[in-house]
Design a protein around this ligand. Structure first.
Ligand code: AMP
Length: 420
């Protein structure tokens, strides 16, 4: 074989691709109900955008970005995530001057040079929702209730929402220092990665799968400032009042520097190590740090690949068609290869499709026997057989592939029959 898909990327065929479309459709429908506008953002940006927003010492920036120089020597990066681009666009198009509150969503592929494993790809899809201009915990509630509804409509049931607060520029630095000093004392017991990142990013030790169980008794309690404590308290109260089940998990830290206050992850027990299927949080300082007017913001992103894998893990079968509107459909078979019959068949296919009826056919020049074999394999309910006589009389010979029925129908009768 001359070429293969690059490691960590994949070709997604039906029925798996139908699940992608189905989840995108559910998200689009809910986005309308929740009043989010779709935005399409560029696939690559100046690399500095991610270094500045995601953070220099994060895994994404240190080792996972696809960075390249263009012909003019500018350093560009394939987007590893959507929030930084979203904020860049929000600032560039002066949305804070246009409206008090903005709500956007995007469906986009992301690129990270992570070590590929089950549920972890180098190119993967996210559906992201971002709210700008709302400092209250109700913005979080808006997002989390939306996420729950999307999971429910798509058919993923066993999700667990874990929430935490990372504080803000007022209270986090002191806690960071306190945490670092405490972890220094047990440095030798930490894994090699955590020993390295202890000074640069001690929070990451909290969500390290190897180290977090060992450090439970060492980690000091985070005494947040009054503002962050009040925000967390009202968020937790509002979650309970809105019947949104949740667990407070102090080990959720997320791999991004821009988060302030709330962070959360939806975890799924059927996925093994890569169990986060949707994640996000508040980033009240990012708009300002990218040159905009200070604007609070909060967002989340579904990992589409993993959400689909979660549904499969729950035993839900793949869908044959992503569209709810798809009708049982018709398989066209031609009895003869004359041009006039081929043209009539094509015209019939167009007319049926205009009636919202799915039409499929194999190679129309094949023998009738071979076409019927394909029809039986296709899972279509009906086969429409077209020959010289049908063409002349404008009649349609229909065969029910799932039963014994067979008959000749006029156009109106045909449409009625196959639409059911
Ligand atoms: P993040 O942008 O890291 O907050 O991730 C948001 C969601 O995207 C996660 O909850 C995952 O479901 C998904 N995700 C992140 N990285 C990957 C990856 N390498 N492969 C597949 N899905 C991913």
């Amino acid at each position: 074989m001359a070429f293969q898909a690059v490691r960590g990327t994949r070709d997604i065929f039906a029925p798996l691709s139908n699940s992608f479309t189905q989840l995108e459709n559910v998200a689009r429908k809910k986005a309308e109900l929740w009043d989010f506008d779709e935005v399409r953002l560029p696939t690559f940006e100046e690399a500095g955008l991610f270094t500045r927003s995601v953070g220099e010492t994060t895994d994404i920036v240190e080792k996972e970005m696809y960075v390249f120089n263009d012909r003019k020597g500018r350093s560009l990066a394939l987007r590893p995530e959507g929030t930084a681009s979203m904020v860049r666009a929000y600032v560039e198009h002066s949305f804070s001057q246009k409206e008090k509150k903005s709500k956007f969503f995007y469906i986009a592929n992301m690129f990270r040079a992570e070590r590929p494993q089950a549920g972890r790809y180098r190119e993967f899809e996210q559906i992201g929702f971002e709210i700008f201009g709302d400092p209250t915990p109700y913005a979080e509630i808006d997002l989390l209730s939306l996420a729950f509804t999307i999971f429910k409509d798509f058919g993923v049931e066993k999700t667990e929402l874990h929430v935490n607060s990372l504080g803000c520029a007022v209270c986090r630095p002191a806690y960071r220092q306190e945490l670092m000093v405490a972890l220094q004392k047990i440095k030798d017991t930490l894994c090699a990665d955590c020993q390295k990142r202890l000074e640069r990013n001690p929070f990451r030790v909290l969500d390290c799968k190897n180290c977090s169980p060992k450090i439970k008794d060492t980690v000091p309690v985070f005494k947040k400032c009054a503002d962050c404590a009040a925000h967390e308290k009202s968020l937790l109260n509002a979650l309970t009042a809105s019947n949104i089940p949740h667990t407070v998990n102090r080990n959720i830290v997320r791999g991004f520097d821009y988060y302030t206050k709330t962070v959360f992850e939806f975890l799924h027990s059927g996925l093994g190590a890569q169990s986060a299927i949707c994640s996000g949080g508040r980033y009240d300082n990012l708009v300002e740090s990218l040159g905009g007017t200070a604007t609070p913001a909060v967002g989340l992103a579904f990992g589409v690949d993993r959400t689909i894998e979660a549904r499969l893990a729950e035993g839900v079968a793949q869908v044959k068609s992503a569209s709810d509107a798809r009708k049982p459909g018709v398989f066209l078979a031609l009895q003869s290869q004359e041009d006039s019959i081929g043209a009539f068949a094509m015209q019939t296919a167009t007319r049926l499709r205009q009636q919202n009826i799915a039409v499929t056919y194999s190679v129309l020049q094949d023998s009738m026997k071979s076409q019927m074999r394909q029809a039986n394999k296709s899972n279509t309910k009906y086969c429409l057989i077209i020959g010289a006589e049908e063409c002349q009389k404008q009649k349609f010979k229909l065969k029910d592939l799932t039963g014994d029925w067979e008959g000749e129908l006029g156009w109106e009768e045909l449409v009625q029959k196959v639409k059911i």
